[in-house]
Design a binder for this molecule. Structure first.
Ligand code: ATR
Length: 311
């Protein structure tokens, strides 16, 4: 509870927020508020349950109230591409927006983050969309599993929003071989086609490696299976044995140890959950809004304590 009172809210306080549905278990406020306090900023980070059909209105509301920025989570990242005024290269490349920075024109006529302008803004405010998720995936894989991806073989479970960005980013990093598995096979096939067109140096195959004993370098779960108690494993163990994956990454960070990660650890794999991804995407967003280096240690510690304190 202490974190709630780290930032004292006043009439000059600037706001950021995350929008999603559901949002109740988001770790973003717990991570950002101590970071804003550490930077000495009179800012506050909130979370709102926003339905997809109200997303446009909710972005307009934040713009009108001079929020510094927004994060967007499930199910808004694709919708937001068409709701912002400008797209950063990152959002164009990955086709999804998880961060919005509100901007105003400075004295030289250049668009500048509203959070970096003193006093109330005058003139037009625009919403610029960024994607900080894709870089966060590779950073987390490097930092938490010591992986450099070029030339590796990866089994990727899930071809939803998160799975799509992960797949494209891994291909952009020069992964040699991607095995794509998804409940709805058509989505994995579409993704494999996209890889073939955009990243022809990566071989993208739909389905598990043909030989059950076939070695891979990384198994990555980007499905939502493991979030809820009683979820089945995202992996079909009759098709692939965890003994053949030296490293397993689960994008889920709550629970901290999903059934997949528990099994993987038992099988002797190096494992990491999605905390690092949440951390790095949030750190980049904070830097975009504030223009200051994110206090990574504060953010990581806050996230870890948020996750362990959640029932
Ligand atoms: P996100 O943006 O978090 O990726 P999403 O786009 O809804 O969310 O994707 C959820 C992923 O989890 C998808 O790969 C989904 O499979 P489908 O594309 O077939 O829907 C997968 N998923 C969700 N529930 C699942 C279940 N019960 N069994 C298998 N896969 C499931």
């Amino acid at each position: 509870m202490d974190d709630l009172f780290q930032n004292s809210i006043g009439a000059a306080t600037r706001f950021c927020a995350v929008y999603g549905q559901p949002i109740r278990h988001s770790g973003s406020p717990a991570m950002h508020n101590p970071a804003l306090a550490k930077l000495g900023l009179d800012w506050c980070y909130l979370a709102f349950e926003v339905s997809p059909d109200a997303l446009g209105q909710a972005i307009e509301g934040a713009r009108a109230m001079h929020f510094a920025g927004l994060n967007l989570t499930v199910p808004h990242k694709l919708l937001a591409v068409d709701l912002v005024d400008a797209l950063d290269e990152s959002a164009k490349t990955w086709g999804a927006v998880n961060t919005i920075c509100f901007e105003v024109k400075n004295d030289s006529g250049d668009w500048t983050p509203l959070g970096q302008v003193a006093g109330p803004p005058s003139g037009e405010v625009r919403a610029k969309g960024y994607n900080t998720d894709a870089d966060a995936i590779t950073l987390a894989l490097q930092q938490d599993l010591g992986l450099s991806l070029a030339g590796q073989r990866v089994l990727l479970l899930g071809a939803g929003g998160a799975g799509r960005v992960a797949t494209l980013k891994l291909a952009a990093e020069g992964v040699a071989e991607l095995h794509l598995v998804n409940r709805t096979t058509a989505k994995a096939e579409q993704l494999a086609g996209e890889i073939a067109a955009r990243f022809p140096q990566t071989k993208a195959v739909v389905g598990y490696p043909e030989n059950i004993a076939g070695k891979i370098d990384l198994l990555l779960n980007a499905t939502s299976l493991g979030l809820k108690p009683g979820d089945s494993l995202p992996l079909d163990e009759s098709q692939f044995s965890l003994a053949n994956a030296p490293a397993v990454f689960d994008m889920i960070y709550q629970p901290a140890v999903t059934p997949l990660l528990a099994k993987a650890a038992d099988a002797g794999c190096r494992t990491a959950n999605g905390l690092g991804m949440l951390l790095w995407q949030g750190a980049k967003a904070l830097e975009i809004w504030t223009g200051q280096a994110a206090p990574i240690d504060v953010m990581r510690a806050a996230l870890e304590s948020h996750i362990t304190s959640d029932e």
